[in-house]
Write a protein that binds this ligand. Structure first.
Ligand SMILES: C[S@@+](CC[C@H](N)C(=O)[O-])C[C@H]1O[C@@H](n2cnc3c(N)ncnc32)[C@H](O)[C@@H]1O
Length: 299
């Protein structure tokens, strides 16, 4: 779900080396597939927010809304609500706006282009700020907490949904002569993330408390939504393919050539390809904090 593993120039050289056209931007599809895989989890989180909300949820801010996975699920959970969808990426907001129109939800969705870490323009008295896989992208999370705190009404909720990186898909021996392949790629990615997204894996509970929020709920779950016999299997194969393709480009130069070659066998349409493996399983660690701006607290 995190998309910062992409390394554009490596992607290009990989594509050319394999005689392919440059792949289209796959991020929207990755975000949508992730939401599809984890839909029951997302629904349960949104029900938890409904349980904790005091005074109703009518104005929601989706912070770093992306393609709108949170926006549309929250509009289902809260039928009287409208969403201000904030993202710094114009193409993402355009995609979200098109999807809203296609679902006849345009009147309930207000797209705003902004650096959400610096300001949430025009937003005040929000009942809920939903930040899924977005806070770790912000330059200064402490400043962002203050911006969010000010945008919420007293008693309003901030829900932070984070993850430890992209999901895992394969057993240790997926490529028999390169055992531990996926784990080695993750180790290489961790060093990249430390440079590119240093706030990935932050302790958001501590940050929320430091900003004056009361923590109302905290949960960490190891989720396995698509096992070998799941009806989601084919979609899981597609998700694994898009993800591992990004990982392959990102770890080029960081792992041994034999590991890159092994990764290629998972993506080349042959017998080992992740799109039709029987041993594929989506596994991910998801973390959630639901925090409240204390009633009566000044901004
Ligand atoms: C991994 S995606 C998550 C999208 C969505 N929340 C979801 O869970 O499917 C992160 C999103 O945050 C956006 N983003 C990154 N930095 C941002 C910033 N400073 N302000 C607003 N949005 C930002 C990106 O453009 C991207 O759409």
């Amino acid at each position: 779900m995190t998309h910062h593993v992409s390394a554009g120039h490596d992607r290009d050289s990989h594509a050319h080396a394999h005689g392919m056209e440059q792949p289209p931007d796959d991020l929207v599809e990755i975000l949508d597939l992730d939401a599809e895989m984890f839909a029951p989890y997302l629904d349960s989180v949104h029900r938890k927010i409904a349980d904790l909300s005091e005074g109703g949820v009518r104005h929601i801010v989706d912070l770093g809304a992306g393609s709108g996975t949170g926006t549309f699920a929250l509009l289902r959970q809260f039928p009287d609500a409208r969403v201000t969808a904030v993202d710094s990426s114009a193409p993402m907001l355009e995609q979200l706006t098109r999807t809203a129109a296609g679902k006849n939800l345009a009147a309930r969705v207000h797209p705003v282009r902004a650096d959400a870490g610096k300001s949430l323009p025009g937003v005040s008295d929000a009942d809920l700020v939903w930040a899924s896989a977005s806070l770790h992208h912000l330059d200064d999370p402490a400043a962002a907490m203050d911006v969010i705190f000010a945008a919420l009404r007293p008693g309003g909720l901030l829900a932070v949904a984070e993850l430890d990186g992209m999901p895992y898909f394969l057993p240790d021996d997926a490529v028999p002569d390169r055992p531990g392949l996926e784990a080695r790629c993750r180790t290489a990615l961790t060093s990249l993330h430390a440079e590119q997204v240093p706030h990935l894996g932050s302790d958001w509970g501590t940050r929320l408390a430091a900003a004056g929020f009361d923590i109302a709920y905290e949960q960490t779950g190891q989720l396995r939504p698509a096992a070998a016999d799941s009806p989601l299997r084919e979609r899981a194969g597609r998700y694994a393919y898009l993800t591992l393709r990004r990982i392959r480009d990102a770890v080029d130069g960081l792992v041994e050539a034999a590991d890159l070659k092994a990764l290629d066998t998972l993506l080349d349409g042959g017998a080992q390809d992740v799109r039709h493996r029987a041993d594929l399983e989506v596994r991910s660690t998801r973390q959630l904090w639901i925090a409240r701006r204390p009633a009566g607290a000044g901004s």
